[in-house]
Design a protein around this ligand. Structure first.
Ligand code: FAD
Length: 549
């Protein structure tokens, strides 16, 4: 296979043991060894590769950006295509009719992208907590989100147009279409036209089913978002492609909308003795339109304290001056007679100091009736200590805990925020019943929380807990009509559980969607459509690919 591909492929083609091993892992708990890794020089390479795979049955292609996925999304048994080496360029930032946008290739790391956008005072505000690790192709693939999503929404809100290679091996411009433009597209009668025709028919003939399938939460990455394709007479396949984990096509370029970064900001840190008042406090604060409303629990706080030197380094500070910055929180803990059970970070960002101060005053007033402690943090350097703790908690666990490993499998649920105090004790009981330790951090404003247990996956008894716990946990999420994944997506870990969220008729539509785009199942098989694509998408596949080390 390698020699045949090298005949037409300009980029690198690798099959040595070290590379195959490296690409058999991401940030999930899985290991899947590919046969070949390719680093495409340009989209021509990818087009030719897709055509070759189409003509040579038995192979498939799984796209990979930075590989920080927590679901096994960029893992596959056949060919892995890593876009970060060459497909990583960014165009000039432009403005047209009040819209600011930029063209970017999928292999560009978000951290480099942000450095350039910030030079112009602009950001792509859907960046994830892994913003120092991830690349833009992966943010598209997972429909990523993060601390500013409360105000700005997920990646799906920022994709204006894309260039996508479909399974016929040709590259197409995908953009929002008016009804007339859709008719013209359908009339083409070619592969692209057929995708539009069949998808349009699928939407029309299953209108009610699709509308009812839309999850009742503010964030969702699970399944194919059929309900988002048609809106106000506009038909936009990007709303489906985003978050589809490379199972419907390969993105080779994105036109992304950017927004101005707010010039002034303050942070209000809140300290709670219990989860009980959280929803009422969140509701009292939301009218002030905070940019972020994030939370982490006592165990995450303890983790931050335990790894203080590392947290200090990540915040760009030295240990002693960093530790001193926590003096006010130490005093609050003394008043509270112990560490807070929960810390909530409310970021207020506006264009003027006056607006910020006014909102902060309103927030302080709004939380007065509650039994919580608060602190206004005005200095950037002091704010950073909280954000590093919030963003880096999972990474600290990944890198430092010996013998046990982070095991993301119930890592990203979302339920209506007001149900959190009722839901959490029930969810935590499931973990306790299986003797699993964990910590919790998340996006309180959206009701989206990350639970990342620590487990020793060398033990079979521990590995067995994964499906046992996930089964009960996702039943509970379904009871609250929530989403089993708000941001991280389905991959190997959640595809088998999509039936907990969507009924069999909806799953059948997911299957049909996949068949319309990818009839030969060459794009990232086994993800997003449960148990119907030959290998993958099943509990057996999940269980047999858990990495032991
Ligand atoms: C410490 C940590 C914190 C995290 N926090 C968050 C968070 O706050 N929010 C969040 O959303 N996620 C989070 N994640 C998960 C992950 O980092 C994000 O989803 C990230 O956006 C993935 O980007 P990546 O470049 O690493 O993508 P990869 O892992 O390489 O790929 C992700 C998916 O996109 C697909 N893909 C990649 N390139 C293409 C392409 N060109 N065309 C089509 N499909 C493609 C892949 O096949 C895969 O399915 C976190 C992960 C870690 C390790």
């Amino acid at each position: 296979m390698k020699e045949e591909i090298k005949k037409f492929f300009k980029g690198d083609v690798l099959d040595d043991d070290i590379n195959l091993k490296t690409y058999s892992r991401d940030a999930s708990l899985f290991e899947v060894r590919p046969k070949l890794v390719v680093l495409p020089k340009d989209s021509e390479d990818l087009k030719n590769l897709v055509k070759w795979i189409k003509d040579n049955p038995g192979h498939s292609i799984t796209m990979r950006a930075a590989g920080s996925d927590m679901t096994g999304g960029p893992l596959g048994e056949s060919i892995i295509a890593d876009v970060t080496r060459y497909l990583n360029k960014m165009g000039e930032i432009s403005e047209h009719r009040g819209l600011t946008f930029v063209l970017v290739e999928p292999g560009m790391f978000y951290r480099e992208f942000e450095r350039k956008t910030l030079e112009k005072g602009l950001i792509l505000p859907c960046f994830p907590a892994s913003k120092n690790l991830c690349a833009l192709g992966g943010m598209f693939g997972n429909n990523s989100a993060g601390e500013k999503t409360l105000r700005y929404g997920k990646m799906e809100n920022f994709v204006l147009e894309t260039k996508v290679i479909f399974s016929d091996g040709n590259e197409y411009l995908v953009k929002p279409l008016s009804r007339e433009a859709l008719d013209i597209k359908i009339a083409q009668g070619d592969f692209e036209g057929e995708i539009y025709r069949k998808m349009n028919e699928l939407l029309i003939s299953n209108d009610e089913l699709i509308r009812n399938a839309k999850p009742n939460v503010s964030k969702n990455s699970a399944g194919y978002y059929l309900w988002n394709i048609k809106k106000d007479e506009i038909f936009d396949l990007n709303k489906l492609l985003v978050g589809s984990q490379g199972t419907l096509g390969i993105v080779t370029e994105m036109k992304l909308r950017l927004v101005p970064e707010k010039r002034c900001h303050d942070l209000v840190a809140l300290f709670f003795k219990s989860w009980d008042e959280l929803p009422q406090v969140v509701n009292a604060i939301l009218p002030q339109d905070p940019e972020s409303l994030e939370t982490f629990d006592k165990d995450t706080l303890k983790l931050g304290i335990h790894f203080m030197p590392e947290v200090a380094r990540k915040a760009g500070s030295n240990f002693f001056s960093f530790a001193l910055k926590f003096l006010p929180e130490v005093l609050i803990s003394v008043e509270m007679l112990g560490l807070p059970k929960l810390v909530v970070l409310v970021e207020v960002s506006e264009n003027t100091e006056a607006e910020v101060k006014n909102k902060v005053r309103n927030i302080v007033e709004a939380i007065k009736p509650f039994n919580i402690w608060s602190r206004i943090v005005e200095k950037d350097s002091e704010e950073e200590k909280f954000w590093v703790m919030r963003r880096e908690s999972f990474n600290l666990l990944r890198q430092h805990v010996k013998e046990k490993r982070t095991a993301p499998f119930i890592d990203d649920f979302c339920i209506p925020p007001e149900k959190v105090p009722e839901f959490l004790p029930r969810a935590l009981k499931i973990l306790k019943d299986h003797d699993i330790d964990t910590n919790i951090a998340g996006h309180a404003g959206n009701g989206n929380y990350h639970i990342i247990p620590l487990m020793d996956l060398r033990k079979e008894s521990e590995r067995a807990k994964i499906t046992a716990v996930a089964d009960k946990f996702y039943d509970l999420v379904a009871e609250y009509r929530g989403s089993i994944t708000a941001e991280h997506n389905d991959g190997i870990i959640r595809t088998p559980y999509l039936g907990k969220m969507y009924n069999p008729e909806v799953l059948e539509l997911f299957k049909k969607t996949k068949e319309i785009f990818d009839p030969l199942n060459i794009f990232n098989p086994g993800k997003k459509v449960p148990a119907s694509q030959g290998k993958g998408g099943t509990l057996e596949y999940l269980e047999s690919h858990i990495a032991i080390e």
